[in-house]
Design a protein around this ligand. Structure first.
Ligand SMILES: [Ca+2]
Ligand SMILES: [Ca+2]
Ligand SMILES: [Ca+2]
Ligand SMILES: [Ca+2]
Length: 314
């Protein structure tokens, strides 16, 4: 009997306890189920702020590009209806809380349609924008602007194509030295529209322009650009081929002279093989690695670069 009572009492006590514990457990289970997405790393999102910008013309304003810096400041640009100036670039800096710190507008010399398409910010907070801006008798041109962190305009550089037609910069990058690279679409001279890629130094001095006309001798539009730590520049876009319609066309530009002057074959040493390559290519023109000073022909100057650096490792 004792055994039975004990045996009977156990489940009674046990059931009540179990009910309490299971009820408690269910509560925890539900809580855990609720927390599980967070524990698993899934997160919600909340709208911290919305900042709107209406230009002085109270008309159409289109933002096209955005960047954020290490302090959480946010930069946007685009095109914005002005007051008697048609569309202008309008670049806005917000702090991390969405407060508008400054607005800078740019109206080109043609007092016409000016559209910013790309923006970047560097580690000093300098802001770079580029796009298409109507010139004075030049159609639209690239117009690239550098602002300091306070929005002071440091320089504006314009580029008009050899075809004196429509030009629109569509992409921009800045490297760690503050060199600025832009690319886009630019009217050629008998080549339809071409890629045109430009490098400016930190002071806005134009260092080079390179154009690309595809095999279809027709429309070529560069849409994106990147620069790596060695200063190699990459652009891509769409380009009419020869019987292939539009194709991707991706180009790498290497700096000239390179980081290891005289090193033609890229083995980080200036030696016999580099000398032989320059001698073998001597007198040739065109876009060759033996053209060490990039003047379009392999000549004495290139030979001197090899001889001057002979034996040097990089
Ligand atoms: Ca508006
Ligand atoms: Ca304008
Ligand atoms: Ca132009
Ligand atoms: Ca072309």
């Amino acid at each position: 009997m004792m055994r039975k009572r004990f045996a009977e009492s156990q489940p009674v006590y046990g059931a009540a306890s179990w009910k309490r514990w299971t009820a408690f457990g269910k509560g925890w289970s539900l809580l855990l189920v609720g927390l599980l997405p967070l524990l698993a790393g899934a997160q919600g999102v909340r709208e911290a702020w919305v900042a709107r910008y209406n230009g002085p013309g109270n008309g159409t304003d289109y933002a096209t590009a955005l960047a954020v810096d290490s302090q959480g400041n946010v930069y946007v640009t685009g095109w914005s209806w002005g007051s008697g100036t048609n569309y202008d670039y309008a670049t806005v800096k917000y702090d991390a809380n969405g407060n508008e710190l400054w607005v800078r507008r740019y109206n080109g010399p043609g007092n016409g349609w000016d559209d910013a398409f790309a923006l970047a910010v560097d580690s000093q907070g300098n802001v770079y924008v580029t796009g298409s801006s109507v010139g004075s008798g030049t159609g639209s041109d690239y117009a690239t602007i550098k602002y300091d962190a306070n929005g002071n305009e440091l320089w504006v550089r314009r580029y008009n194509s050899p075809g004196n037609g429509g030009d629109a910069a569509l992409a921009l990058a800045v490297d760690s030295q503050g060199n600025v690279y832009v690319t886009g679409v630019s009217e050629g001279s008998g080549t339809g529209r071409d890629y045109a890629t430009i490098k400016y130094d930190a002071n806005g001095t134009q260092l080079w322009v390179r154009r690309y006309n595809g095999p279809g001798n027709s429309e070529d539009v560069a849409r994106a650009l990147a620069v790596d730590r060695q200063g190699n520049v990459y652009v891509t876009g769409w380009s009419i081929g020869s019987g292939t319609g539009d194709d991707y066309a991706t180009i790498k530009y290497v700096p000239c002279p390179g980081p290891c002057p005289g090193d033609v074959d890229g083995n980080q040493l200036v030696d016999d093989s580099d000398l032989l390559r320059v001698l073998f290519a001597f007198g040739q023109g065109g876009n060759l690695p033996e053209d060490l000073n990039c003047d379009g022909v392999i000549d004495d100057a290139d030979l001197l670069i090899v001889l001057f650096n002979f034996g040097r490792g990089c």
